[in-house]
Write a protein that binds this ligand. Structure first.
Ligand code: NI
Length: 141
């Protein structure tokens, strides 16, 4: 860790008690580590609020879909091939006769990654899709 800074904050006692309870349930060793994670999460969220053409980013996209839905499987494969420079890895799991789960790891500029994630989730026949948008982490202490 780089240089440490200590600061004091004022907070409603009940709010702090709830925060401490939650941190305890989550397994945080101390309050400082929980607050550091909150700050990092806020910074990453802001990073994605207006995805830039230059900033590097990474994401996982998880979708659940019915493999029998018209040409969804082909469209999904085509989409990933056409953006091959962004697709790092794909994991496909057959959940059952009517459902497949696919998790795709993307890496590239924030704008490109967000666009591809949105397009995959929006494909007709996708039952549920969720993207976890994150950063490469080098600028995040
Ligand atoms: Ni499958």
């Amino acid at each position: 860790m780089s240089e440490l800074e200590r600061f004091t904050i004022s907070i409603d006692r009940r709010l702090l008690e709830q925060f401490d309870d939650l941190n305890s349930q989550c397994g945080y060793a101390n309050r400082s580590e929980a607050i550091r994670d909150l700050i990092r999460d806020r910074l990453v969220t802001e990073h994605w609020r207006a995805p830039s053409d230059e900033a590097r980013a990474a994401a996982t996209v998880t979708i659940v879909y019915d493999p029998h839905t018209s040409d969804l499987s082909e469209k999904l494969t085509h989409l990933q091939h056409s953006q091959g420079d962004l697709v790092v890895s794909t994991l496909h799991v057959h959940l059952g006769g009517q459902s497949c789960l696919e998790t795709v790891v993307l890496r590239g500029t924030a704008k490109e990654v967000k666009q591809l994630a949105d397009r995959m989730i929006a494909l007709k026949g996708v039952k549920h899709g969720k993207a976890v948008l994150t950063v490469e982490g080098e600028d995040l202490p």
